[in-house]
Design a protein around this ligand. Structure first.
Ligand SMILES: C[S@@+](CC[C@H](N)C(=O)[O-])C[C@H]1O[C@@H](n2cnc3c(N)ncnc32)[C@H](O)[C@@H]1O
Length: 243
């Protein structure tokens, strides 16, 4: 089975912005999500976006005055982010998000890990490692904001077929296969090339995370957290490092 980054290069990265409803609509949604958090970040605050993609949160954060470090493994998505960011203060880093601290020279005011990126980590233990790393990377009373899908209850039978998006030239469907601790995500992409449809299929594994498990990890590494409804059916956890 391809790794997460191979899967993104093979299928998802080139269509990710389209899949999210188009870059403009996604950036507007990212901005609303950030505004709703009311984090009151001071101008020039250092903010890290882990698994930043094309910048759905990095760009609105930079537009609001933050200095953003955007970490992602996908060269394609980071190039798109750079193009969308223009002159904004966003530093792109192509690396595994678990190594993000190597790219910081000072403590951060906030760390974001949004849009189901957390479930892309290879092992459940990586989640605890990441929470500990974020606690180390944050300034006192810094925030860690996460959003991810709750895969703790398996979807059954036809519920496992998810029509992600379709238009006259492209259709993306996802099929989920639940395992004990993980879920195999099969992405099926149909694209119109001239008179014919071309099909690409690729699969990768995600973690089945339960929000309670992530909340427990945040608690044990010194965060106080609240749980909210995120975008597109995701769970959002807003955690603040205890003083
Ligand atoms: C579901 S997308 C979310 C993108 C963005 N946060 C958003 O909300 O639109 C997951 C992103 O995480 C990246 N990613 C997955 N695993 C990663 C890892 N271990 N290190 C860095 N980036 C990773 C992917 O390349 C992809 O851009």
């Amino acid at each position: 089975m391809p790794s997460v980054s191979e899967h993104y290069e093979r299928v998802l990265s080139p269509v990710y912005a389209w899949m999210a409803g188009g870059a403009e609509a996604a950036l507007a949604a990212g901005r609303s999500e950030i505004d709703a958090l009311s984090l009151a970040l001071p101008s020039g605050a250092l903010v890290v976006d882990l698994g930043a993609g094309f910048g759905m949160h990095s760009i609105p954060l930079a537009r609001a005055g933050a200095r953003v470090v955007a970490v992602d493994t996908s060269a394609h998505l980071l190039a798109e982010l750079k193009r969308l960011a223009g002159e904004l203060t966003v530093t792109t880093v192509q690396d595994d998000l678990l190594s993000f601290r190597a790219h910081l020279q000072e403590k951060a005011a906030a760390v974001f890990c949004m849009g189901d990126t957390l479930t892309h980590l290879p092992e459940h233990t990586n989640v605890d490692f990441l929470v500990q790393e974020v606690a180390e990377a944050l300034a006192p009373a810094g925030h860690f904001v996460l959003s991810f899908r709750d895969y703790s209850e398996p979807l059954l039978e036809e519920q496992r077929f998810i029509p992600v998006r379709g238009d006259e030239r492209r259709i993306l469907t996802c099929f989920l296969e639940f395992e004990e601790d993980t879920v195999v995500v099969h992405d099926i992409l149909h694209e119109r090339g001239g008179d014919a449809w071309e099909t690409r299929v690729s699969s990768y594994r995600k973690l089945r995370l339960s929000p309670d498990r992530v909340l427990g990890s945040l608690e044990s590494f010194g965060f106080e957290s609240r749980r909210e409804n995120g975008l597109r059916g995701m769970v959002r956890l807003v955690a603040k490092l205890r003083a």
